[in-house]
Design a protein. Structure first.
Length: 390
């Protein structure tokens, strides 16, 4: 199936895991389970947008007597009358009678506690009450994945608790008897395990604490026991390797034996052809290929979609339009490809020396993944293309 068909299946099969209430400052990386409406006006009063003098615009042609000094956080009890003004700080409430704040750089101060406006014109420099939000306006919609700026929005509107979706518990297993952990003496034929630690780090970037179950050896019963334990304890299992068709690729058979329904087993994608998605009740499995670039790309394609879906938010990768800096030719066009590339100083796509999906080091030099659609063999210089920033 196409990668789009596979992603649609993931969306159709999964649903949010549940809801809870969080303090606003503990809700980062959670998705809102309901719309949040503003209970206040923003700004809550007519507010000075800068340091200066509050006055009546029609009085700017003559001297203005300074009758008050208004710091932020204080209301003035005085009303600005003809020929009067008040010194005011940024963020302070504008006094009654004033409709303009003159920038302090636009005035000349006189010895008699008055000022003169020395420019030809000025903006009003007042943020009006409710111009950003009024009570009842939508503050943040349901499904918003809360990031730092959303927390600031909640705090600025005085929202102290929010209803959010529960974060999934995510487990990770790397399969393969050839794998060893970094720090262990490498023997002939052994490979350091990068996938498990790559996925743990990706989860941390999404605000999740993954549980690493370690390396699953190529022993059917032992691997089945490890997978069974992980799927009993977790909502999602990310498993790398063992999902292809080799003699020791036990993963699909194990999930069938454990009662999982396999919805996706192969996709027209490069890298990551052998990507597996399975479910049993409210437990979900994403099986990723063992080569690390495949794992990286298919986690971006399918893993983030799965996790966001369980958290009640949509995931759509950021796609930017740019142009090719050079020609590119590929032999086969039967798979959608995401190719690690570099963006040059002109904002155009340059190829990198790339040896295939085991070449993890290429990602250290890559700025983006280039989208190459099914049916496309040849990209030419200056052709418009889409990339996904890394």
């Amino acid at each position: 199936m196409t990668i789009e068909e596979a992603k649609q299946i993931i969306e159709d099969v999964t649903q949010p895991l549940g809801m809870t209430v969080k303090q606003f400052d503990e809700a980062q990386f959670h998705s809102l389970a309901e719309d949040v409406l503003s209970k206040v006006s923003m700004p809550p009063f007519n507010r000075s947008a800068m340091d200066g003098f509050a006055c009546r615009k029609k009085d700017l042609s003559g001297p203005l007597k300074v009758i008050d000094n208004i710091p932020a956080g204080c209301f003035s009890c005085k009303t600005i009358q003809k020929g009067e003004c008040a010194r005011i700080m940024t963020g302070a409430p504008v006094p009654d009678g004033a409709d303009t704040v003159i920038m302090i750089e636009y005035i000349e101060e006189r010895a008699d506690h008055s000022i003169l406006f020395v420019k030809d014109k000025t903006n009003t420099n007042i943020s009006l009450k409710g111009e950003d939000l009024k009570p009842g306006d939508l503050l943040l919609p349901r499904g918003t994945l809360l990031k730092s700026h959303h927390i600031a929005i909640l705090a600025g509107a005085g929202v102290d608790t929010v209803k959010v979706y529960v974060q999934p518990r995510v487990g990770i297993i790397s399969t393969g008897s050839e794998l060893i952990e970094p720090g262990i003496q490498q023997q002939p034929g052994m490979i350091f395990n990068s996938n498990g630690h790559q996925l743990l780090t990706r989860l941390k970037e999404l605000g999740l604490s993954g549980h690493y179950y370690g390396i699953g050896r190529d022993d059917y019963e032992a691997l089945k026991e490890l997978i069974h334990r992980a799927t009993e304890e977790m909502d999602v299992l990310l498993i790398t390797g063992g999902v292809s068709v080799g003699d020791y690729d036990f993963v699909p058979a194990i999930f069938k034996e454990l009662g999982f329904t396999i919805h996706v087993s192969k996709v027209a994608a490069k890298p990551g052809k052998h990507t597996l998605f399975a479910s049993k009740d409210s437990t979900y499995v994403l099986g990723l290929p063992g080569n690390p670039v495949s794992t990286y790309v298919q986690f971006e394609e399918c893993g983030r979609l799965l996790i966001n879906r369980l958290m009640g938010s949509a995931y759509r990768p950021l796609r930017l339009k740019t142009k090719m800096a050079e020609d590119y030719q590929r032999k086969r066009n039967d798979r959608f490809e995401l190719l690690p590339v570099k963006i040059n100083g002109d904002g155009c796509v340059e190829r990198l020396s790339y040896h295939g999906s085991a070449h993890m080091h290429v990602l250290s030099a890559a700025d983006a993944l280039l989208e190459i659609p099914i049916g496309t063999n040849h990209l030419i210089t200056h052709q418009e293309v889409y990339v996904r920033p890394l």
